[in-house]
Design a protein around this ligand. Structure first.
Ligand code: ADP
Ligand code: MG
Length: 621
């Protein structure tokens, strides 16, 4: 006798974009965009404004305030996510994740209204990020969701979500999608494959600093130069004139997606010697195309790069999907049509696909969407490894080389072990320094953390073995452990774990600050001790409980199904006895799934995972 999965918490998929954000949920098994309570609009401009009278405003009202009051308005905050900068919002100073949390809170308000829920209702969210986001950027995004009061278990790559929205209900079709996502601030291109019901990102690349905003600024630069030539003043030195030019440039750019030429008229841009200065220019589509060509070519280089990473030719791509507002630019469609010899599909809504796909992911995780649809697996967006000495052909040793343990684009979850050796005779401790990135030198990569393993047995130089194991899961949590096979000493760290422990206090302060800001009571002085209302705060350690084997039945079932498909995919290539072993384990798992016998399912799934890892590791060797 087993228990049925309990009624799940409502789930929301969130596309937290540089320019626009959106949320979707699952209604009767189907993803639906959540409209704002005030109107039919389901797209929220990612702009935050602090009016002179206090409080905060998010969305189109904030966007409108940008020109008149640029000092008290923040846009494109996504570009600073994961960095240490602080941003000025009128009289306040906020961290990027705090600003983002105000955007997420607005979407939460929409969701509560749409689903007719009480404000105190707990909601779970899946939030998307560009595939190219690094660990720090992903953590900041998760934090933004938690600060807004969501339970955030999973951060999903935007292209995976987009393909999900598109691929739902087509699980039977074996296909390869190329997802080209050009938004306001980021560019991503990925190859996503569906076969036997699995949806898998094969390869992903992109640029976290390239998008429609850059096109706007190129046009602004050109317009400012025209003003300079005509009036000998720099309009960009005037904050308001600069914001006005930016707004007009964007309007013009959008219009050029539909018209061959646009008449830009700004009667009053700024003043020179108390005289008003205006600007009138005709801009043609081909002028604009020429301006942005170098940037579009850059995106095409990434397209080539992703094809070669996936070892695919253009002809291997079944469908080309265009996602993101900037793919409305006709030149983008032309370039992709030229490259792939056929037009991209246009049945995916470029503004909604990511949010809808995130909702599908969230719905599957919560068991709200049937398992006869797609199952996603993801890939590691970066290589992960440790610092090590490297032998040179001439016999010398070079320090600080990057030894990869989990290569980029490895299907996750994944566990990999590499063996290293002590360097000096009698060395009894080793430092394990963990990095992520693609450079051969650790200092050019992103530092994640370190620890040391002590108490190794005495031995000759370069003789004593240390096994280093990396385990990377679907939620982007990396666990690194080091072990001496001889005396079994072991040490490990969990990268996200360390981060959260350090920042719990900062988190509490942030929640309070944001609330104060919205309610407009004076902000708490950082560092002061204040009593917080504990019950309303999300538990930062929720995840770790989950990781320790307490996944929900729906999660466990989803994970097991993904494993089953992975195991079946490799079964044919196997020799006895591993083939028989995996076959047996597969059957046991299927039986337990059918009987909803969660008690033994977990253990069987672990065994199956270990067996798959063994085989995949042998393949690598
Ligand atoms: P993000 O995912 O970065 O939030 P979006 O996918 O919402 O971005 O795309 C926003 C970008 O798309 C903005 O730079 C906007 O100017 C641009 N955009 C929207 N509509 C058009 C259009 N018709 N032509 C060209 N660019 C457009
Ligand atoms: Mg986007």
């Amino acid at each position: 006798m087993t228990e049925k999965p309990s009624k799940a918490m409502p789930v929301i998929g969130i596309d937290l974009g540089t320019t626009n954000s959106a949320a979707a949920t699952i209604i009767e098994g189907k993803p639906r965009l959540i409209p704002s309570p005030e109107g039919a609009q389901g797209i929220l401009p990612s702009v935050v404004h602090r009016p002179a009278g206090g409080g905060t405003v998010v969305g189109s009202t904030a966007e409108a305030a940008k020109i008149a009051m640029p000092e008290s308005t923040i846009s494109a905050v996504k570009r600073s996510m994961g960095s240490d900068v602080t941003l000025a919002l009128g009289d306040e100073t906020l961290r990027p994740e705090e600003v983002s949390s105000l955007i997420v809170r607005e979407l939460k308000r929409w969701a509560l209204d749409y689903l007719q829920l009480e404000p105190a209702q707990k909601l779970e969210a899946v939030i998307t990020v560009p595939a190219y986001f690094n660990e720090a950027q992903r953590r900041a995004t998760k934090l933004a969701g938690e600060l807004a009061g969501f339970k955030v278990d999973r951060i999903v790559n935007e292209p995976t979500a987009a393909a999900m929205a598109f691929g739902l209900g087509r699980a039977d079709e074996d296909a390869r999608y190329l997802v080209y996502d050009l938004g306001g601030g980021t560019f991503d291109v990925s190859i996503v494959e569906t076969f036997s019901g699995i949806l898998e990102v094969q390869a992903s690349t992109g640029d976290s600093q390239l998008g429609g905003e850059d096109f706007d600024w190129l046009l602004v630069g050109w317009l400012a130069e025209e003003v300079r030539k005509e009036h000998d003043i720099d309009p960009l030195e005037d904050l308001r004139a600069k914001a006005l030019l930016k707004q007009k440039a964007e309007e013009t750019k959008k219009q050029l997606s539909y018209d061959e030429k646009v008449e830009l008229v700004i009667p009053l841009l700024c003043f020179k010697d108390d005289e008003p200065v205006g600007l009138t220019r005709t801009i043609t589509r081909s002028m604009f195309d020429e301006m942005i060509l170098p940037l579009l070519e850059k995106t095409m280089e990434h397209v080539e790069d992703v094809l070669s990473q996936a070892e695919a030719e253009a002809a291997d791509v079944t469908h080309v999907l265009l996602v993101g507002g900037s793919t409305r630019i006709p030149r983008v469609k032309e370039m992709m049509t030229e490259r792939f010899g056929r037009p991209p599909r246009d049945d995916v809504h470029p503004d909604e696909a990511v949010a809808l796909g995130a909702a599908v992911q969230a719905g599957m995780k919560a068991g709200l969407i049937g398992s006869d649809t797609l199952i996603t697996t993801d890939v590691a967006p970066f290589s992960m490894g440790v610092a090590a000495m490297q032998h040179q052909p001439d016999g010398t040793m070079v320090p600080d080389r990057f030894a990869v343990v989990i290569p980029r684009n490895t299907t996750i979850p994944a566990t990999r072990t590499n063996t290293f050796y002590t360097l000096a005779p009698g060395q009894t401790a080793v430092a394990i320094r963990v990095f992520q990135g693609e450079s051969g030198w650790v200092e050019e990569n992103h530092y994640l953390g370190e620890f040391s393993l002590e108490g190794l047995p005495l031995n000759f130089a370069e003789q004593e073995e240390v096994e280093v194991t990396f385990a990377y899961n679907l939620n982007g949590l990396l666990e690194v452990s080091a072990r001496s096979p001889k005396n079994r000493r072991e040490m490990s760290i969990s990268i996200e774990d360390e981060f959260d422990r350090d920042s719990q206090e900062a988190f509490l302060r942030s929640v309070q600050r944001i609330r104060d800001l919205e309610m407009d009571t004076p902000s708490t002085v950082p560092g002061s001790t204040v009593e917080y209302e504990q019950p309303e705060l999300p538990n930062l350690f929720d995840d770790f409980d989950d990781e320790d084997g307490e996944s929900s039945p729906a999660e466990l079932m989803e994970e097991t199904r993904a494993l089953l498909l992975r195991a079946k995919a490799i079964l044919d290539e196997l020799d006895e006895p591993s083939r028989a072993d995996i076959q047996q384990c597969l059957q046991d798992c299927e039986k337990a799934l059918e009987e909803e016998n969660y008690d033994i399912l977990e253990e069987l799934a672990d065994r199956l995972f270990a067996a798959i890892m063994d085989v995949e590791l042998e393949d690598d060797a």
